[in-house]
Ligand binder design. Sequence first.
Ligand SMILES: O=C(O)C(=O)C[C@]1(C(=O)O)C=C[C@@H](O)C=C1
Length: 312
Amino acid sequence: MPADAHAPDETYSYLGPAGTFTEAALAQVTAAQGKNWRPVNNVGEALNDVVAGRSIAAMIAIENSIEGGVSATQDALATIPDLRIVGEYLVPVNFVLVARPGTTLADVSIVNAHPVAYGQTHLWLDKNLPGHGHIPASSNVAAAANLLLHDHANAAVAPPGITKHYDLDVLATEIGDNPNAVTRFVLVSRTVAVPDRTGSDKTSIIAELPDDKAGRLLEMLEQFATRGVNMSLIESRPIGDALGRYRFIIDLDGHIHDERVADALLGLKRFSPNVIFLGSYPRADKLAIEVSTRYGDDSFLEAREWLNGLMN
Ligand SMILES: O=C(O)C(=O)C[C@]1(C(=O)O)C=C[C@@H](O)C=C1
């Protein structure tokens, strides 16, 4: 191996360049400290690094509290096989408007911004820059860096720390539409053994309905409801092969080693033609999952013993 090359199991891919919120999420991963961090241009590239074995894991944004699910991430996780979510991280996000030195707000007609960041700042932009145009960027930091590469835009939506990395003027601070905005990130690796339960876990799955008959979605949700499994997220994404066909991105409270979650997954597997298990992993918010005794492990084990007794 050349002296400057890094071993894949020492490499973590993330949406770059340095200074993105994705990098701030990776900074929360203890195992990644002191390792090689590989900046990439999009979610697909990050996950392909993992699939091809160029990196051990990739940090990717999956949901924003204002903009909702990051569709590129949801679609990639649904279509690239053998991936596992191994951790979840939260990063508060806020934005500044930056421009080349000497620019004033009155000069700004075109704004460069990552689409998710644009979606979180459009109230401010519509109010303060009515009539502005928008050019999408591959990341929040790339939006700012682009200003110094060419003059397609005269301002960019960027993370607050951006002026540490680039010689730009800050035209406005706190331009996020909601000061409490948070982005949820996941660390994704190739299929690995499921980590042990912590008591504060989440299980992510993607499932399709068997057909387009009345009540099918309700039937799928019953698999969780009848086992006392709470969902913390359900979103639909087009499967893409025909109009009106959707897959469902679902987060469940609990771990696949919890009897109620395992039992719900068995029910789901019998019902759905395509279930993808994305992983059981510790929750970023560390909230303890409350389960009534009716749905506790003992309750499932006792019921199974009872049935075994009847059959023997
Ligand atoms: O990590 C960054 O800074 C990004 O530009 C990416 C990203 C995203 O992909 O959703 C992350 C968080 C923000 O909410 C907006 C954009």
